[in-house]
Ligand binder design. Structure first.
Ligand SMILES: C[S@@+](CC[C@H](N)C(=O)[O-])C[C@H]1O[C@@H](n2cnc3c(N)ncnc32)[C@H](O)[C@@H]1O
Length: 219
């Protein structure tokens, strides 16, 4: 590490601390991104027609209800990631894991991965409301490099982010808004867009947030 990179690391905002505090401060069900029913994600996941033993990766899962929904639907090979150990501990506490299911929990930073780099042959990468927090070009690049290195050929990618009409901040942090063309550009020509829709999510407070949901497949 040279002097400049040491300086850069010292001044970098502590995202791990931020997210741990967010999950410590509020009940899961009152978080601004809590979904009682993760229906839009399930709709796209089922459109992939994957076998139940498919290797499904949830990036920045937090304490999402999606994992228990996937288990109820019989998916049995899940990898769940977050930068926040507090979030993953909460998620684990609320899960009933069937005997035949395997779930791996990985606390790691998607923009500075080490443990995550050991993954391979992922059939489906799912991200809801995570990528849009990466406002720096180098963090976005690290995220997409990781995605491309762990996804298998013909693998699927679901990215659900605040759309261009959407909020500019979440959890007190700036966000980077997307549309389907921008996501296609970041993934590159090796990926084909299969489905895309805008979705208005209603927060527990009753406010709304505009998302773009996309499903891509690696060629
Ligand atoms: C708005 S929440 C969405 C959580 C979950 N995907 C959902 O839909 O409920 C954003 C999540 O991204 C996680 N996160 C933020 N930055 C991250 C990073 N660099 N690496 C891994 N996870 C991260 C946060 O801890 C948080 O759980």
């Amino acid at each position: 590490m040279n002097e400049n990179s040491v300086k850069e690391d010292k001044t970098r905002f502590d995202f791990e601390k931020h997210w741990n505090a967010a999950y410590q401060k509020s009940a899961i069900t009152s978080l601004g991104w809590y979904e009682e029913n993760p229906a839009p994600s399930i709709k796209l996941i089922e459109a992939c027609n994957l076998p139940k033993e498919a290797f499904i990766f949830n990036a920045g899962a937090g304490a999402t209800t999606l994992i228990s929904e996937l288990l109820v639907k019989g998916y049995e090979n899940l990898v769940v990631n977050d930068i926040s150990s507090v979030a993953l501990a909460e998620l684990k506490n609320n899960l009933l894991i069937p005997k035949n299911a395997q779930i791996k929990f990985i606390v790691n930073d998607l923009t500075n991965p080490d443990e995550l780099l050991k993954l391979k042959n992922i059939d489906l990468w799912h991200d809801r409301a995570v990528l849009h927090f990466f406002t720096q070009e180098k963090d976005q690049k690290a995220y997409f490099d990781l995605l491309k290195s762990v996804l298998k050929s013909k693998g699927f990618v679901i990215l659900a982010e605040f759309n261009l009409e959407g909020a500019k901040k979440c959890s007190g942090l700036d966000v980077f808004n997307y549309n389907e063309e921008m996501l296609q550009e970041r993934l590159g020509s090796d990926f084909e867009l299969l489905k895309s829709f805008n979705f208005t999510y209603t927060q527990p407070s009753g406010n709304t947030r505009e998302y773009v949901y996309t499903l891509f497949q690696k060629k």
